[in-house]
Design a protein around this ligand. Sequence first.
Ligand code: ADP
Ligand code: ZN
Ligand code: ZN
Length: 652
Amino acid sequence: MYIEVLFNIPLKTTFYYAATDKPGNKDSIKTGVRVSAGFGKRKLTGFIVNILKESPNVDFEIKNIERIIDDVPLFDDDYYDLAKWVSGMYMCSTGEALFSMIPSGRREKDFEIDVAEESLENFSRITLNKGQKSVIEKIQCSNNSLFYIYGVTGSGKTEVYLHIAEDVLAQGKSVIYLVPEIALTHQLMDYMTARFGTNIAVLHSGLTPSQKLKQWRRIQTGEAKIILGARSAVFAPAKNLGLIILDEEHEASYKSGSTPRYHARQVAMHRIKTSKGKLIMGSATPSVEAYHLMAEGVLEKCELMEIAAGGTFAPVRVIDMKGQDSAISSYLAEKIREVTAKKGQVILFLNRRGFFYYYYCLYCKYEFKCKQCSVSLTYHKERNKLVCHYCGYSETPARVCPSCNSSEVGYSGFGTEKIESDINNFFPYLRSQRLDKDSIKKGSAVKEIFTKFKNNEIDLLLGTQIIAKGLNFPGVKLIGIIMADTTLQLPDFRSAEKTYSLITQVAGRTGRFSKDGEVVIQTYRPDNYAIKFAAQRKHTEFYNAELENRKAMRFPPFSRVIRVIFRSKEKEKALLAAKDFYNILAQNKGSFDILGPAECPLALIAGSSRYHILVTAKDIKNSHRVVSGTIEKLKTPSGVYVEIDVDPVSLM
Ligand code: ADP
Ligand code: ZN
Ligand code: ZN
C-alpha cells in the first residue's frame, strides 16, 4: 500500500511512502491519521492525506514509513478542505495549515476539565430585558448568517449569545464560542457548565498538547457540542456546526502571530458559509472594518445601548500631562488617595511597553507624521532621525515646529519601570499588584489575582490591557490610563482605533455598580480625536472621522493589505531579498500599491534584522494572486526567511 503524506514544512508537495502490511497496520492506514516517517536525515510526523492502491509512477525509491501514530483519523475530507482554504488564503503549505489547526499531542492522557463552581441545580436564569429579547428575535428570524451585536460594555451580550446557543444546541447542532483571552475562559466556563452541563470542551493555548488532543476527540465524537476557547478553537472539528460566537471582535489576539497568520474572524466567516450556520460577533468597540461592514449591510447590526444591570457610565476626565513631571498627575494622585481612603479600589492601566520614542512639539503638540502614509514617524535616538516604518522615508527632525515655529521640540518616552516606582513611592501603604504578560501565561495566577481583587485584598491593580476585558469588579471606583499616548504613538495606521477602543473599553468597566466612579485619562494630546471622542462617548463621530482618514490614505477597510516580512541574521541579505521581491512585484503592473521596503518598527528580533513590504489593493484578489506567484518564483538566499501576513493587524 502507498500513501501520500503532508509534513509541517513550507513545501506544497505531498510525499510518497510505502506502508507495509504489518499486522494491525492495515486497518489504521486511513487519511487523517498521523505517521512517523524518515525525511532526509530527519524523522518527521506527517498526516496521511491520500491512499494509493498502485505504486506511484516515480523514478526514485519509495521508503517505508516508520510508524503509524493514531488509531482514529484526526480529520475528515471536509476538514481537509478547510486546511486547503487556510493554505490558499494565508499563503502557506497545506501541511503547515494542518499542523497549526490540529493539536500535536501524542498520548491522549486523562484530563479533567475545570470543575464548575456552581452546579446545574442552582443555576438561575436571568430575565432578559427588552433590548436583549429583540436582538435574539432579530437573529433567530433573519435569513442572514452574519450578525454583529454592537452593544455598550455591560449591555448583556453574553446572555444573548448563550440564549441563541441554547436554541442551536436544541436543534442538535454544535456551537463554537470564541473569547480573546484564556483568562476569560475560566469565568465563562463555570457559568456555562452551570447552564449547559458537561458537554463543553475547552481549547486554548494554556493546555498541553495531550490535553488538547483529548478535547479534540471529545469534539470529534460529538460528545462535546459546545467548544469554548481562544483563537485556535475556531478550528475545532465541530460536528454539524450551527453557530460561531466571536466575542470582543475588535481584539487583536484573534489574529495569529505565526504561520499561518489567520484571523479567527475570517476563518469563522468561511466555516459558517460552508456549514450554513450563523456567526455572531460582538463588541462595544467594533473594529473599523466591522463597523464599515455593518454600514454596508454585510453584517446585520444588532444594537444594545443600555447597561443591563442598570446604572450609567462613570464620567471620564482627560488630564493634560504637559508640565507634569511625574508619571502620575497631581489630579490622579489626589483621586487615588481619596478613593482608597474610602476603601474603594483602583485600576491603573499601563499600556504596552514603551518601545518607541516619539517626537513632538511641546508647545502646540504638533506630531511628526509621514506625508505619504500619515503614520507617526518614529524617532531613532542614536541616529537622530525620524523614520517612517511603512515606506522607509526618513528625515532629520526639524529644530523648530513646522506648525507654530516654537523651538520647543523634542522626544519623550515613559518607561513602565518609572511608573511602577512612582506608584510605590507615592503610595507605599497601598496593597498594589501588578498583572502583566508573565503572570498571564499561568492562567491560575491570573485567576488568583482576580479573586484577591474581588475579595478586596488588593487596593490597586496595575495592569496591561488584559484587565480591560470582560471583568466586573464592584469595588472599583477609579480607573486611570497612565499614558494614552503610548497607543496613539504606535507607528501603525490603527493607532487611533486602538486608543479609542482602549479608552472606551476601560471607561465601560467602572460606574456600572456605583454612581461615584471616575475614569482618568492622562495624555499629552487631550485634543486628539480618538481621545476626545472616546472620553465624550461620541462613538459615531469617532468612526466617521476614522473612516474618513482611512479612505483618504487608502488603508483598510478601503483596501486590503498584504505584508511581506524578510528577516535574516545578516541585515544586508534581508534588505536585498526585500528589494528583489519589490522588483519582481513591480513588474506586475496591477491595481495595487507597493510600500517599502522599509525597516520594520521592531527592526531587530532575536538577532534577526527585519524589513517589510506592504502591498495594498482595493480588491485583494489580484494582489493576492501576484504576491503568491512572486513568492513562489522568489529564490530567497539561504539564511533569509520570508513571512507573509494577509490582512495584518499589527505592523510592528
Ligand atoms: P457585555 O458582554 O455586553 O459587556 P455582560 O454580558 O458581561 O455584558 O453582562 C454584564 C452584566 O449584566 C453581567 O453581570 C450580567 O449578569 C448582567 N446582566 C445581563 N443581562 C441582564 C439582565 N437582563 N438583567 C440584569 N442583569 C443582566
Ligand atoms: Zn508647535
Ligand atoms: Zn511613509
